[in-house]
Design a protein around this ligand. Structure first.
Ligand SMILES: Nc1nc2c(c(=O)[nH]1)N[C@H]1C(S)=C(S)[C@@H](COP(=O)(O)OP(=O)(O)OC[C@H]3O[C@@H](n4cnc5c(=O)[nH]c(N)nc54)[C@H](O)[C@@H]3O)O[C@H]1N2
Ligand SMILES: Nc1nc2c(c(=O)[nH]1)N[C@H]1C(S)=C(S)[C@@H](COP(=O)(O)OP(=O)(O)OC[C@H]3O[C@@H](n4cnc5c(=O)[nH]c(N)nc54)[C@H](O)[C@@H]3O)O[C@H]1N2
Ligand SMILES: [Mo]
Length: 683
């Protein structure tokens, strides 16, 4: 194989880039962005540009492995696929016989967003009667909040931003986490658009904006209510849109009287004039586009915050303007046949219990859990690094009576605890179908190289295991092409004419949703058919029916805790890793330099901390070591740790998630990764 071929970036990122892969002698020599793709436009991130380094990494798992050392040490001997599959089937059978299917827990998330590989395990573990995993770690809270207002996980197309006069990047560090969005932001700004970033620290995205609001963490709902207060008080509301497309305006107008800018200033730490000025600017601009990141949802009050933000474009009518509106994620705009992938019908009745993935540590260590978890099957995820409350997760993974299988591309923090490690293919070595949570294109990528070593795809391995365990359903005999055809056959008009053959020929096809795409121009798919400023559904679940600001459970208002741990810590992504993926790369670790904590010079001085020296960051959950970087890019009282370094590359062997809590946020069961109180001292 030689020449240039198309592929798709599989990583958990809204860009879902179209890639051009250059091959020489059957090996990848270069990866670049596809210049022909309307969203990628030839731009990709540094991580994926060096993808050959990942595919051929010395950290890759190339054969099945069996543990020969202590759990956590990562010492293995190679074994054959036949031996590995036989051992897994044997252990699973024994566990099911003694404890029942629920004693097995599959654990997976976003290693690849390719739909076949993402959902590969669902039908198999359903058929075994295994515990169900609630996959909440990323978007559940944000999506639950967004849906409460507009009924679906979607919004105006980001490509339309080129027609915007005002862009608000709210809790999204797109310069790191979604660089292709910045292509449209920059183009719009060149045409005169005013760009605002709202983030607790001055991110690279904030540095490219015209204005930055350095909001206190977890107070965005108050900020949005303050904006609404001014919009309504000063008559900047689009009454025609409100009348035709919303529900509950009168109640909302009464409710936001309690949020004048001076009160909101005290809550958010922003000047009242800045709040009022932004409200006026927003109120006078119909072509105003709000791009909401998932970041601000990772708080105790994050669901309600996302719900509140989704109300703003309904007050100004921006949802109905081609350059206006808002977007949190485009995921719900893809009307695929997910049933064919998930196969919930294969579950026994009554259906097995559900375990929230952010409670992995609790589930593995809870002595009262019946049946206990006796087997853990991990794929597409690195829970030892990415889960909150790392201390408890590692304690669970250390259990001698837990049989752990990890299907992985790399020798991660989690494989260190495995009894059996299975080698996984990369997206360059298997076929898959990709949607996106940032744009509206469906893409297909076929393998461009042969699998490294003995690597197999998730779909292949699950079929092997199903066969070995005698799980007989026609699902496990389907070819990948047959499954992709089924997934596309949902009979939804947005998928009309999008076939497997067409995707094979064109690589990428835009959903048939029209342009401009304004799903809430005249209402929204909520129970009332309107954008719900007032939500009966939330009220019925015991939540406030109107958008509401509630202080953080773990924040400055937590008096006792705040005395001992007076710094708020947020833990957003860094530039060169993707969650914990790419931490294996020596090249990218060098670019990322070290696990670092950003600290305001005032906070550092109060603790005698000098920039560049190692510091200990701790709270009641644990402690980890970072290098202090002193900067007024963050405000006094707020510390920032970007990215997830594998614990084995972090001095002291503990990563950032030893500090984060497994507390569940207000809606959707997701984590409050950014609601942490800590103290910092010289190491
Ligand atoms: N380079 C890189 N890219 C990535 C990832 C990565 O790890 N590295 N991760 C990928 C994944 S899985 C996801 S889900 C997306 C996430 O990408 P985004 O949607 O951008 O969300 P986050 O990066 O979690 O957070 C974005 C910003 O929210 C800010 N933030 C935290 N708390 C608050 C708050 O209370 N209010 C406000 N206004 N802002 C707050 C953080 O400081 C951060 O700058 O990115 C994807 N892309
Ligand atoms: N402190 C802190 N913690 C966080 C976050 C944060 O911002 N800060 N972000 C959170 C978010 S948004 C998310 S989405 C989660 C992400 O958590 P995870 O989904 O666990 O993400 P990754 O760390 O990227 O780990 C994915 C693993 O899957 C493997 N993999 C990739 N492709 C395949 C495949 O085809 N088959 C198999 N078997 N394996 C594959 C990769 O090698 C990698 O080790 O982390 C969360 N944790
Ligand atoms: Mo995520």
């Amino acid at each position: 194989m030689g020449g240039r071929v198309l592929s798709v970036c599989p990583h958990d990122c809204p860009s879902a880039c179209s890639l051009v892969v250059t091959l020489d002698g059957g090996r990848i020599v270069d990866v670049s962005g596809n210049p022909e793709h309307p969203y990628t436009q030839g731009v990709i991130c540094g991580k994926v540009h060096d993808y050959a380094e990942r595919v051929y990494s010395p950290m890759r798992v190339r054969t099945p492995l069996r543990r020969i050392g202590e759990k956590g040490k990562g010492q293995f001997e190679p074994i054959t696929w036949a031996a590995a599959v036989e051992e897994i089937a044997h252990r699973f059978h024994r566990i099911i016989a003694q404890w029942g299917g629920e004693a097995i827990l599959p654990f997976s998330y976003g290693g690849t967003l390719g739909l076949l590989q993402f959902y590969a395990g669902h039908p198999f573990f359903h058929a075994l009667g295994a515990s169900q995993l609630d996959r909440t770690i990323c978007v559940s809270t944000a999506y639950a909040g967004w849906r409460a207002t507009v009924g679906m996980v979607g919004g105006n197309d980001s490509e339309q931003m080129v027609h915007s006069d005002l862009i608000i990047l709210w809790g999204i560090n797109a310069a790191y986490t979604h660089i292709n969005l910045m292509t449209f932001v920059k183009r719009s700004r060149e045409k005169g658009a005013y760009v605002v970033a709202i983030d607790p620290y001055r991110t690279p995205t904030a540095k490219q904006a015209d204005e930055h609001l350095m909001v206190r963490p977890g107070t965005d709902a108050a900020l949005a209510l303050g904006l609404m207060h001014v919009l309504i008080a000063e008559g900047l509301v689009d009454q025609a849109y409100v009348a035709r497309a919303t529900l509950g305006y009168a109640e909302l107008a009464e409710h936001v009287k309690a949020y004048p800018p001076d009160r909101v200033a005290q809550i958010t730490g922003l000047p009242g004039e800045q709040i009022a000025a932004l409200a006026r600017r927003y109120g006078r601009t119909r072509a105003s586009y709000i791009r909401v990141g998932i970041g601000l949802s990772r708080h105790d009050n994050g669901g309600m915050t996302c719900r509140t933000l989704a109300c703003l474009p309904a007050l100004t009518g921006a949802y109905a303007h081609p350059g206006g509106g808002a977007l949190l994620s485009s995921s719900g705009s893809f009307p695929l046949n997910y049933h064919a992938l998930e196969r919930p019908d294969l579950m026994p009745r009554p259906v097995p219990r559900v375990i929230n993935m952010i409670h992995l540590g609790r589930a593995l260590t809870d002595p009262t859990l019946r049946p206990p978890i006796r087997a853990l099957y991990v794929y597409n995820s690195n829970p030892a690094s990415v889960c909150p409350n790392q201390g408890l997760v590692l304690k669970g993974l250390e259990r001698e009576d837990l049989f752990t299988v990890v299907h992985e591309q790399m020798l991660t923090d989690t494989t260190d605890y495995a009894d059996i490690v299975l080698p996984a293919t990369t997206s360059m070595e298997h076929v898959d179908l990709y949607k996106s949570y940032g744009h509206l294109y469906l893409q297909l990528a076929e393998p461009v190289i042969r699998p490294e070593g003995e690597a197999r795809s998730n779909w292949d391995v699950i079929r092997l295991l199903a066969w070995a365990m005698g799980v007989k359903d026609p699902h496990f005999e389907k070819s990948e092409a047959a499954l992709i055809r089924e997934v596309l056959a949902s009979d939804h008009p947005a998928l009309e004419g999008i076939t497997y053959e067409r995707l094979k020929a064109e690589g990428s096809v835009r959903l048939g949703v029209g342009r401009p795409y304004m799903p809430f121009a005249d209402g929204a798919p909520t129970p009332s058919g309107k954008v719900e400023l007032y939500s009966e559904r939330l009220a019925a679940q015991g939540f406030p029916p109107l958008p509401t600001y509630t202080p953080l459970q773990e924040g400055p208002e937590s008096a006792e805790l705040f005395c001992r741990f007076p710094l708020q810590l947020i833990v957003p992504p860094n530039r060169f890793f993707l969650n914990s993926s790419f931490s294996q790369s020596e090249l990218l670790r060098k670019r990322q330099k070290a696990p670092v904590v950003f600290l305001n010079p005032e906070d550092a001085a109060a603790r005698g901390i000098v920039g560049g020296e190692p510091v200990k960051v701790w709270n009641d959950r644990g402690a980890a070591q970072f290098v202090a970087t002193l900067t007024d890019d963050t405000r006094p009282g707020v510390a920032v740790v970007e990215g997830i370094w594998w614990r084995k590359f972090q001095p002291g062997g503990r990563g950032v998630n030893v500090l984060t809590s497994d507390r569940v946020a207000d809606l959707g069961g997701g984590p409050a990764f950014h609601s942490n109180l800590v103290e910092i001292s010289r190491a």
